[in-house]
Design a protein around this ligand. Structure first.
Ligand code: FRU
Length: 510
């Protein structure tokens, strides 16, 4: 009997070991798929587009996202869910919101309703409230124009489970086809919630005391900014500039972005609790690369403004050559304001925590670069890397990532045009869409003599932060074999005060 018991215990332990080993393998195996981002958030499988409902609560950052769990292309959209405590290591969570009789769950935001204005709170539990667009496919197919409406869901267990509000929709469509992507925040001056909503070719602001009853306040943008496409996924927030409260209005637009297809524009001005008034009529872009879209900020992060976008472009998002999943997010970025020639500009930097992803680091000082095989010094690239450079004169330069198939991605600065560029003409598989294999450009805004540049390189993406964070470019690429070489060239002899190359920490921690 005792022997039997021992055998049983051993068998059980073995089974447990196997199961957890399998589980472990299942959760990490997908990181070996071709082109799979190693340090950026990706869904385990299937389709992902916009980040949604980003909110910070009790030390946890929540990322919801547009997700079609049945396929690698766009379809019945749910809100997928992931969480992180440090903004760099993500845990997948169960799907938060499923389509229902009112439609698919399109983009939106989430707030912490501390004062329980919604009345969803029970027994002192603070409700997290999601405000999203219900997209009725039926209504669309019937040729109606009111198929997008705003609805609510709430969670009383810190985002784990969600209940849709019985009174949905809370904001009905007045007959505008594109009527979506509510971004809600508490406004102290109005003493109300303010909803910033994308309404075709402009923004409409609504206010509410309780998240359920909404009143139209004002409209902005019909005659301002870029209008090469539909306005989507807006965001309104304030940033402090030398003690002054300055308002920023982000408006994503598709198509009509600065390098074709989708892009993120923004306006700087004042918001008096009712109306947004821009300081000027200029169109500014938060990211000039082809692959940052639908980016908005987290709510409830105090004075910090943390931004994250979808690393793709509607021009080709559904045909990029990944197999089991489609879509990745940018690294979280911290936003601040800078003033240049009397104008406010948004500056972006990767959140400091991104540095914790990298371990082995090589540092060089006072280098003169004409033609430098960097990997001869650092060793071949075997995964993600971060490159930081600083100098005191701006000169032409290029950084080429390449592989043994003679595929290459070139990132650089063209002094004669005062432009940065990312050239993916020969970056690998570019044939899935006619406009993918291109050279993309971005102006340099910084007026400083100095030169700074941070490059975050992952398997299938690069993010460039330069010119005091005022020029940002994000681009994705699909080489036939991972890039392993880094070469730096400058026909003018670039003088670098410092050059740091750091490689992803091993073993990977997922
Ligand atoms: C932006 C967008 C939103 C919409 C969502 C649908 O990429 O088109 O306007 O809510 O995607 O997934």
């Amino acid at each position: 009997m005792l022997l039997l018991k021992h055998l049983f215990t051993i068998a059980f332990a073995f089974h447990f070991f196997l199961c957890s080993a399998q589980k472990q393998a299942a959760t990490t195996l997908y990181y070996h798929e071709p082109h799979r981002s190693q340090i950026h958030f990706t869904p385990k499988e299937h389709w992902m587009n916009d980040p949604n409902g980003m909110v910070h609560y009790n030390g946890v950052y929540h990322l919801f996202y547009q997700h079609h769990p049945g396929s690698t292309v766009f379809g019945p959209i749910h809100w997928g869910h992931a969480t992180t405590r440090d903004l760099i290591h993500w845990q997948h969570q169960p799907i938060a919101l499923y389509p229902d009789s009112l439609g698919w769950i399109f983009s939106g935001s989430a707030v912490v309703d501390y004062k329980n204005t919604s009345g969803f709170g029970r027994q002192g539990k603070v409700p997290l409230v999601a405000i999203f667009t219900h997209h009725s496919v039926k209504g669309e197919q019937e040729g109606r124009s009111d198929y997008q409406n705003q609805s609510l869901a709430y969670s009383l267990d810190e985002g784990k489970t969600w209940t849709k509000y019985k009174g949905n929709p809370v904001l009905k469509n007045p007959g505008i086809k594109d009527f979506r992507d509510p971004k809600v925040s508490w406004n102290e001056v109005a003493d109300k919630w303010i909803m910033t909503l994308a309404t075709l070719d402009h923004i409409t602001f609504y206010s509410s005391p309780n998240l359920k009853d909404w009143t139209k306040e004002s409209a902005f943008g019909k005659e301002t900014g870029a209008h090469g496409g539909v306005w989507e996924c807006p965001d309104l927030f304030s940033l402090n500039y030398q003690g002054k409260k300055i308002w920023v209005l982000i408006v994503n637009i598709n198509p009509g972005g600065p390098n074709g297809g989708s892009g993120t524009q923004y306006f700087v001005g004042d918001f008096d609790g009712h109306q947004f008034t821009p300081f000027d009529k200029e169109t500014r872009w938060l990211d000039y690369g082809p692959d940052e879209y639908a980016g908005v900020t987290f709510s409830n992060t105090g004075n910090r403004k943390l931004f994250l976008g979808w690393m793709s472009n509607w021009q080709y998002a559904q045909v990029v050559p990944t197999q089991k999943w489609r879509g990745a997010m940018t690294v979280p970025r911290e936003l601040s304001l800078k003033k240049l020639n009397g104008k406010y500009l948004l500056a972006s930097t990767p959140v400091a925590a991104v540095n914790n992803l990298f371990g082995r680091s090589l540092q060089f000082q006072n280098m003169l670069v004409t033609d430098l095989d960097l990997t001869a010094k650092t060793g071949k690239l075997t995964g993600p890397a971060i490159i930081k450079m600083a100098g005191d004169t701006m000169k032409d330069f290029s950084i080429t990532l390449s592989n043994s198939l003679d595929e290459q991605l070139v990132i650089g600065f063209d002094k004669s045009r005062n432009e940065f560029f990312i050239d993916r003409t020969r970056s690998g598989n570019v044939g899935f869409e006619k406009d993918f294999g291109k050279r993309h450009m971005a102006p340099r805004f910084s007026t400083s003599q100095n030169f700074d540049c941070t490059l975050i390189i992952d398997k299938a993406s690069v993010e460039l932060f330069t010119g005091d964070g005022l020029t940002v470019m994000t681009a994705i690429f699909f080489p036939g074999e991972d890039y392993s070489n880094i070469r730096m060239q400058s026909k003018e002899e670039l003088k670098l005060k410092s050059l740091d190359v750091s490689f992803q920490k091993q073993p990977k921690q997922y």
